[in-house]
Write a protein that binds this ligand. Structure first.
Ligand code: CA2
Length: 147
């Protein structure tokens, strides 16, 4: 059974608890339960992790090599700053779909640039919590194409 890591970065543990106008009212626990159930329906094992620490996210990407077939990564604000996350994805070569709840291109200009985008398979943004299942379909489709 294919295995996918859903990795959420800084402050995403606050989902559903603050700023629902931007990030929605669904909690991270609900998002994770939904994507795990969606994966189960597709015959895919989904593991979820969240950290507020950049190094812990790097470690999780390293650990995914040989453990998971792909990663769905919402790197939060590290998206816009982290060469370390970009290097981890490039270095491990684990296929990664970049995900954002909000449409980062419709927000402040500092959110328009992603360090992750050049090393990701692709990006899904702007669809709120539904983006996680869209991203799962995307990584499944990608893995089907690439074997
Ligand atoms: O839209 C996204 O998913 C983001 O990755 C979310 C990040 C933001 O820095 C990125 O530019 C876009 C922020 C995550 C903060 O999440 C919160 C959730 C609820 C309340 C407060 C913060």
């Amino acid at each position: 059974m294919p295995s996918i890591l859903v990795l959420n970065g800084p402050n995403l543990n606050l989902l559903g608890l603050r700023e629902p106008d931007i990030y929605g009212a669904t909690t991270l626990a609900e998002v994770e339960a939904d994507v795990i159930a969606y994966g189960a329906g597709k015959g895919v094992n989904v593991t979820c992790q969240q950290s507020n620490q950049e190094g812990a996210l790097v470690d999780a990407i390293h650990a995914a090599r040989g453990t998971h077939d792909g990663i769905i990564l919402n790197a939060g604000a590290y998206t816009h700053t982290s060469i370390a996350l970009r290097d981890a994805i490039a270095g491990t070569q684990v296929p990664t779909v970049e995900l954002h709840l909000s449409n980062i291109h419709a927000r402040e200009s500092f959110r328009h640039h992603s360090m992750i985008a050049p090393v990701a398979v692709g990006m899904i943004c702007g669809f709120g919590a539904a983006g996680y299942s869209l991203a799962l379909d995307a990584i499944i489709g990608h893995l089907g194409e690439t074997g």
